[in-house]
Design a protein around this ligand. Sequence first.
Ligand code: WT7
Length: 659
Amino acid sequence: MSDRTLENLYSETRTFPPPEQLAADANVKAADYEEAAGDRLAYWAKQAERLTWAKPWDEVLDWSNPPFAKWFIGGELNVAYNCVDRHVEAGHGDKVAIHWEGEPGDTRTITYADLLKSVSQAANTLTELGVGAGDRVAIYLPMIPEAAVAMLACARIGATHSVVFGGFSVDALSTRIQDADAKLVITADGGYRRGKPSALKPTVDEAVAQCPSIENVLVVRRTGEDVAWTDKDKWWHETVEQASTEHKAQPFDSEHPLFILYTSGTTGKPKGILHTTGGYLAQTSYTHNAVFDLKPDSDVYWCTADIGWVTGHSYIVYGPLANGATQVMYEGTPDTPGRDRFWQLVDKYKVSILYTAPTLIRTMMKWGDDIPAGYDLSSLRILGSVGEPINPEAWIWYRKNIGHDRTPVVDTWWQTETGAVMISPLPGVTAAKPGSAMTALPGISADVVDDTAESVPNGGGGFLVLRDPWPSMLRTIWGDDKRFIDTYWSRFGAGAGQGDEWIYFAGDGAKRDEDGSIWLLGRVDDVMLISGHNISTTEVESALVSHPSVAESAVVGATDPTTGQAIVAFVIPRGNVDVSDEKGEELTAELRNHVAKKLGPIAKPRQIMLVAELPKTRSGKIMRRLLKDVAERRSLGDVTTLQDSAVMELISAGMKATK
Ligand code: WT7
């Protein structure tokens, strides 16, 4: 973004107040905002009491060496004990922790007592393999229960895990192993994807050959396919499953490193985001309880993320298990064997809280309303969204077609770096607006500022920042304190040489509407500069998606001789729309006018291309950088993080065909 703040073009007037009964029974009520504003540290101390501490803390926050925070100083606890043992000790051993569903349809039901056995066995095996507190362990697994068990076993013995998404390449895996100097890899022969086994072990073999720090490789048998075997390899079922089920969890310091998770961002080498123990677990547990209004005795919770992303860490493993939730875990893709798989699972397990991503919601929109309509979704009571801005029309579609107009939708903004949800409606409190993450949660200070770190007034747009430290914040970038400061703390405030306040720069554009609600507008790097106006890609995309023929869109600013940049839009029509040549041209003309009418003439796209798919990262975010290459008719940049590389060939070919 240049010196101007972000334009505010999109206006939304619809609001959806919480259902009365849900509001009356909500875990967190409006009073919490005031309580937290009155004494933020006391509020966080109270939330940390959700956990079982072996030794109480002496001080809530140490911010004497900013931006390096310490939370719950002097306190000691064991994360695995909090996520597993204490529920069994409280008499909930028979309660289901995980209803696991494999892609081929095989299932496993894992109670908290089962989980305790497995985590203890894995902890014993890791110890036998010479892994101790402070050592790093790489985890490269499909979405099978052993992924959660492996993470918890590391936490139990104080080893720091680094989960690498199972779809990543040899290179991505080996650079992450090397950066963290890991001793052990936990992997599987493979997992199921799109109806067939997809091998993991060959990737690990190649990566480990380049990583002398690895002493052992622990291999879960999932697909049963043949695998090559090296002298570092040990089968999980011959070690973990034979180990003693007795293991006493030792407490660790509140600031003990719990995990590293690499985030690639838009440029440069992946950053190893470091999270620690007490603050992270306190805030993930608190937010999971508050944002999803979890009732552990009756809810069935399902987060569709992969364990390789932070959403899987915080809202499949740590938050839900710390809260004693019953959850669904699914191995495969949403279209295997059919496009109804998600709704079939919601129906089968009577899921009451569903947490998924805008990319999936828009895909479901494209596939058509009749697919979810074929299932009983009446168990659902809360719907969540995370990962990208959700366009208002996708939000409405989600509420209407999945939530049958009864369920609150919580649009949760956060990042790998924040560890837990930061900005979100509270389902029993907030009258939510479709497309807005609304307000910072109690205890969180989010702000939208201009170039000089001044808060923008209502109706204005700028940069999203966080003004006070929070318990689950990243502590540093693994091995690179300087990059930690440069990336997040040097844009505004003390780190930029302005005043004494340390201000966290999130890298997202945002606006505050007339009521003060916060709208996330995408990464600052994606903002377009059209005739001197900073326009967010998100607003133009939302305007496009508000047309009944559009399921999904991606917008980029392409160099233009007259306006500096001009808007080029890529649009996926809804399933039932005719896009034959003539109809397609009519539609694109109509869409250009539709955007101009919604947002004003400044936002009218120069060009619109109808496409079948959009390029996405493996976590489902649209890769606008590649579309910009196409729009500017350049050869494509780095495509290695692309989910499906064939998509770009199709789009490029389509672009060449238009003049
Ligand atoms: C970036 C962080 C947080 C877990 C998954 C992503 C974007 C995330 C939202 C939302 C608008 C969102 C932001 C953020 N983002 N949630 N609800 N509304 N944008 O974690 O990979 O670290 O990505 O995702 O741009 O900075 P991540």
